[in-house]
Design a binder for this molecule. Structure first.
Ligand code: DC
Length: 211
């Protein structure tokens, strides 16, 4: 198997990770993996099975046995959950579900297997450069102002209630950045880019130029 580049892109919600990761992958002909969608899929399956989002052991078992495809569509145990994983119910519990070490261990295992199977790729998330692929060819950390992140997220969700979106993002930021296991953090040697006032193409250029 040809070994291609592995690029890790981390950052908080609304920092531009997904847009930039997709564009970089398309530009370089690499596969793209959205690991946030994987944690959302576990949260979705937990809600379907009425599991307690605080029960790490049960959630770890669920994560181990569920079938999960993450690509253009997100398919959980044979069911298309692409839209549902972005909904308010999943968004409310995903930070709690993803904080459990049992869940993370299983997702990290799947993420490494994915990269192995694809010979590399562009992988986006919160702990990709710090924990999952600390030896990635390139590590990127994206940021943006709180106002801009809320504006983007509200536009994605098609809501005018930017205040509520900003409050939800702030709660998730705090949980994701302060959890004991693999908190959101800038990896050693990461290229840090503030995307606030920058066109996507410009950010993609900066990333690709660093390879
Ligand atoms: O990128 P996103 O907003 O779709 O991610 C959803 C949640 O998943 C986020 O609040 C934290 C968690 N997550 C994580 O813990 N580790 C990752 N590598 C990716 C996401």
């Amino acid at each position: 198997m040809t070994v291609l580049a592995l690029i890790a892109i981390d950052g908080p919600g609304g920092s531009g990770k997904s847009t930039v990761a997709r564009a970089v992958a398309a530009r370089l002909g690499l596969a793209h993996l959205d690991t946030g969608a994987m944690y959302r899929a576990v949260a979705y399956a937990a809600l379907r099975h009425n599991l307690d989002p605080g029960d790490g052991a049960a959630l770890g078992q669920l994560a181990g046995r569920m079938s999960l495809e993450v690509g253009e569509r997100v398919v959980v145990d044979g069911e298309d959950a692409t839209a549902a994983i972005r909904g308010p119910d999943v968004t409310r519990v995903v930070s709690q579900v993803s904080a459990h070490p049992e869940v993370r261990a299983e997702m990290v295992r799947r993420q490494r297997a994915w990269a192995e199977g694809h010979g590399g790729g562009v992988v986006e998330g919160r702990d990709i450069g710090t924990v999952v692929f600390p030896h990635a060819d390139l590590k990127v950390f994206l940021t943006a102002s709180d106002e801009e992140r809320a504006r983007r997220r509200a536009a994605d969700l098609g809501t005018a209630d930017r205040g509520r979106v900003a409050a939800e993002l702030a709660v998730r930021d705090r949980l994701d950045s302060t959890r004991a296991v693999s908190p959101l953090a800038v990896a050693d040697g990461a290229l840090v880019i503030d995307t606030t006032a920058r066109p996507v193409d410009d950010v993609v250029e900066e990333v690709v130029a660093k390879l």
